[in-house]
Design a protein around this ligand. Structure first.
Ligand SMILES: *Cc1c(COP(=O)(O)O)cnc(C)c1O
Length: 377
């Protein structure tokens, strides 16, 4: 039998979560963020299930080319734009949209000329990124008018720009930076002479769910860029998916491969960090950090065994974890164990481990078997 570790992807939940995006921002253009292999869910699988979106967004040209190779023909936004001039021919040929966030990129766009590599009749779609307070990527907003002018003068750039910014702290609804970033963006946009043909984009998942009114710019159908909420995970520090009517897309599961009858005082696993307080049964589950289950998960981190919780005991090893079977008298070898997903929010496991759900989802390794299904509504 092959390894029991399995990530089950619920495509119905994925499309239901997309509907939640639409419910929060009706009329907006949606660019579904599917970078990092669709947050670990399988980029092509996610793209095929979300064909109705207006665009996809990825981090790099390699991800975009994989999508094109698979026949995905929607617009694709490269969230970090391009890195070298050589990429532009491919970007043009595959009609990829580039985020321009740095002077270096702008200079390249100003210097390129039409030639055998670059054709005049397919202008490059550009999203211009402004730094309104995150201080990662983007130009100072004070330069916006001149940047727009420079971009619109580039012969190979489509003058219908999208102005964008990214929110640093939108996952914490009490943080005042979000309102300041939104105000900065809106002021900047309002100060532009000519916004004809321009569009705007501010919102990630947290903003779609928490600031949808504030992140509407002007009257047009601004672009939203949801990622994590599509996968059925809350972006907020203090809620889980169910609070937002989102449904988890990935369920990570495996099976019990051994049940041990141990004595009081027996130490479990590497380092012997947990001792049996009494004679008891301990279950061994075929999943470990080699599969992407975090080694940082400590004693007491819950798993679901036959639909009920059982606590992790002892260290996570590469291929296995051990769980406390007290209260699970009927547990038998072969029983299913859910590590996160349906019935056990990945947000909760992330909190146990001191990280965010994004990292756990992205970290599931190639060794895990992926399968997909469509659940009933
Ligand atoms: C990753 C990313 C997103 C999506 O963020 P979520 O929190 O997953 O919704 C949106 N915009 C940009 C620029 C990103 O890099």
């Amino acid at each position: 039998m092959s390894r029991a570790a399995e990530a089950v992807i619920d495509l119905t939940a994925l499309t239901a979560n997309l509907e939640q995006v639409r419910r929060h921002v009706p009329g907006s253009h949606i660019s579904a963020v599917i970078k990092a292999n669709g947050y670990g869910h399988g980029m092509l699988r996610v793209a095929r299930a979300l064909q109705q979106v207006d665009a996809f967004a990825v981090a790099s040209i390699d991800e975009a080319l994989d999508l094109r190779l698979a026949g995905i023909d929607r617009p694709i936004v490269l969230l970090e734009g391009f890195f070298t001039v050589d990429e532009l021919a491919l970007i043009q040929r595959h009609r990829l949209t580039i985020v321009v966030h740095h002077e270096e990129q702008l200079r390249i766009l100003e210097s390129i000329t039409v030639g055998p590599q670059l054709e005049a009749d397919t202008p490059l779609s550009v999203w211009l990124k402004l730094d309104t307070g995150m201080h990662r990527l983007g130009f100072p907003p004070s330069l916006t008018a001149s940047l727009v002018e420079r971009l619109q003068r580039c012969p190979l750039v489509d003058p219908a720009l999208v102005l964008m910014t990214h929110l640093a702290n939108a996952d914490d609804r009490r943080d005042s930076l979000t309102e300041r970033q939104i105000a900065c963006f809106n002021d900047t946009v309002a100060g532009l002479d000519d916004t004809d043909g321009m569009d705007f984009s501010i919102a990630n998942s947290a903003a779609v769910l928490g600031w949808s009114r504030q992140t509407r710019v002007g009257t047009g159908p601004a672009w939203v860029r949801p990622g994590i909420m599509l996968y059925g995970v809350s972006p907020f520090v203090d809620t889980t998916a169910a609070d937002h009517d989102l449904r988890p897309v990935m369920t990570l599961k495996s099976r019990l491969i051994a049940i041990r009858e141990l004595k009081a005082g027996d130490a479990i696993g590497y380092g012997g960090t947990w001792y049996c307080p009494e004679d008891m049964r301990v279950g061994v589950v075929a999943i470990g950090y080699g599969d992407g289950y975090p080694r940082a998960a400590g004693n007491g981190t819950p798993v679901l065994l036959n639909g009920r919780r059982a606590p992790l005991v002892g260290r996570v090893s590469m291929d296995m974890i051990t769980i406390d079977l007290r209260g699970h008298e009927k547990a038998a070898i072969g029983d299913e164990v859910i590590l996160w997903g349906n019935g056990l929010p990945v947000e909760e496991i992330a909190a146990c481990v001191g990280t965010i759900a994004y990292e756990l989802l992205c970290g599931v390794t190639h060794r895990v078997r992926f399968s997909e299904f469509r659940s009933n509504e």
